[in-house]
Write a protein that binds this ligand. Structure first.
Ligand code: CP
Ligand code: NVA
Length: 302
């Protein structure tokens, strides 16, 4: 049976820890300049319906480093963009490539693609989730803090795709997560409910200081995600005060680290002082997209 990487909740803690172990190994081999062609001769098709810097570059470079090849397919220049059904695209691509990475709007669309594909499908971000990013985030936490378990995580900002994936992670990995959003910008209630049923310790508040108090890991993301550009002004009003700035960092643990999946809007969800400051690990986090995704691809496609 082929396996997909669509949502963290589809995976067990043991399976995800095996991905972290492989990430550590592949990262070390890459740093030593050792060949690690686990996907020699394999091809990844990468479908993008939204913009990207990190996801595109890290998947494409990752395939190359694993001895394979990646194809960049912008939906606007494929027949998918002209209405060819997902189920037909899935079956055609299954005849050519060995795996598909897709960045799009609807999670249901990604699930449909996976259902009709004979090959593994990886979610490179939807409106609902961004699982590869949260895997890279957690790997970064382990590198900087020694483990992910004993941390207190504070999410400050929008209840968006990143927040949803963090809530999934809290359930799968069993750590404490505090989420602070403005009223009306809560994470998906179904995601919260499922996580709570699975025993997740998720605190939900409208007070950024409550989420930050004593946190060892602070995390945020843009106020307006891709597809929400028209809401930018309304969101700037609603999110006033939901910024990781010096005061929020001062409320957290003195040794806290600050994550941001990037791209960042300095002066909105994070201050320039914090993102450029000593607590910020955002570029290690961005680098780890490469290493973690190589492990995900090798796990699914080797
Ligand atoms: N964090 C992230 O997914 O970045 P891109 O949008 O540049 O891929
Ligand atoms: N929440 C952001 C993440 C970008 C990587 C978005 O969906 O645009």
């Amino acid at each position: 049976m082929k396996k997909d990487f669509l949502c963290l909740s589809d995976w067990s803690r043991d399976e995800l820890e095996a991905i972290f172990a492989l990430t550590l190994d592949l990262k070390a081999r890459q740093k030593r300049g050792e060949e690690h062609h686990l996907l020699r001769g394999k091809t990844l098709g990468m479908i993008f319906e939204k913009s990207s810097t990190r996801t595109r570059v890290s998947f494409e470079v990752g395939m190359y480093q694993l001895g394979g090849h990646a194809l960049f397919l912008h939906s606007g220049t494929t027949q998918l963009g002209r209405g060819e059904p997902i189920r037909d695209t899935a079956r055609v691509m299954s005849r050519y490539v060995d795996g598909i990475m897709i960045r799009t709007f609807s999670q249901a669309g990604v699930e449909e693609l996976a259902r009709w594909s004979d090959i593994p499908v990886i979610n490179g971000l939807t409106d609902s989730y961004h699982p590869c990013q949260v895997m890279a985030d957690l790997f970064t936490v382990v590198e900087h803090k020694g483990n992910y378990r004993d941390q207190v995580y504070g999410w400050i900002g929008d209840g968006n795709n990143m927040a949803n994936s963090w809530i999934n992670a809290a359930a799968v990995f069993g750590f404490e997560l505090r989420v602070a959003t403005p009223k009306g910008y809560a994470p998906d209630p179904a995601v919260v409910e499922r996580a709570r049923k699975a025993g997740a310790k998720v605190l939900y508040t409208h007070d950024p200081r409550e989420a930050a108090a004593g946190a060892t890991v602070l995390n945020t993301d843009v106020w307006a995600s891709m597809g929400q550009e028209a809401e930018q002004q309304a969101r700037e009003k609603a999110f006033a005060g939901f910024q990781i700035d010096g005061k929020v960092v001062a409320a957290a643990d003195p040794a806290c680290i600050v994550l941001h999946c990037l791209p960042a809007h300095r002066g909105e969800e994070i201050s320039d002082e914090v993102i450029e400051g000593p607590h910020s690990v955002v570029f290690d986090e961005a680098e780890n997209r490469l290493h973690v995704q190589k492990a995900i691809m090798a796990t699914l496609m080797a």
